[in-house]
Design a protein around this ligand. Structure first.
Ligand code: MN3
Length: 201
């Protein structure tokens, strides 16, 4: 089954004024769509190689699958972990709130660390709060290249896209302003549900 671009869970203008409608159209319809197409192409070529027993280009197609597959997954999770400003509750509750406080000291300390990590991503990439099933920990990750530098087996919980296409039309070089505004549109219900699925609340 080929992968398909999932529709946004809200209107293209729903995240205004934090993320403008034009950015959402370009980001979702063009950038995310390209990852879906790239992943399908890579998996198709891997299937052909498997059928033919010809693995001469395996490295190329696995790299393509890692790049486009990670892009497709992270964008899908990113759209889902946002909500229209005014409809977001501002901070997590439940088991996730307890885990964040236990790990980082407080929600405010977590927010400061996630913000600093995300602002400091070198070049294009992502800031990620993830659950590490290995030892049941929460971790903050910087993904400079989403096909590299992962921690095997982590479950991404909260994601902020800081590739320039995510914010440049509105924020230009002011990534810190975008990351600061990002907090207004986090859908904590979704993040909490992800945490509970991963950690078994
Ligand atoms: Mn993006």
């Amino acid at each position: 089954m080929p992968h398909v671009l999932p529709p946004l869970p809200y209107e293209y203008n729903a995240l205004e004024p934090v993320i403008d409608e034009q950015t959402m159209h370009l980001h979702h319809d063009k950038h995310h769509q390209a990852y879906v197409a790239g992943l399908n192409k890579a998996e198709e070529e891997l299937a052909k190689a498997r059928a033919a027993g010809d693995y001469a280009l395996i490295k190329h197609w696995l790299k393509e699958a890692a790049f486009h597959g990670s892009g497709h997954i992270l964008h899908t999770l990113f759209w889902e972990n946002l909500c229209p400003p005014g409809q977001c509750k501002g901070q997590p509750g439940g088991h996730l709130a307890e885990k964040i406080a236990a790990t980082f000291g407080s929600f405010e300390k977590f927010k400061a660390e996630f913000t600093a990590a995300t602002v400091a991503v070198e070049g294009s990439g992502w800031g990620i709060l993830a659950y590490r099933p290995f030892d049941g920990s929460l971790v903050i990750l910087q993904a400079e290249k989403h096909q590299d530098l992962t921690q095997w087996g982590v479950v991404p919980l909260l994601i902020c896209d800081v590739w320039e296409h995510a914010y440049y039309l509105k924020y230009q070089n002011r990534r810190a302003d975008f990351v600061s505004a990002f907090w207004q549109i986090v859908n904590w219900d979704v993040v909490e549900a992800r945490f509970c699925r991963a950690a078994g609340c």
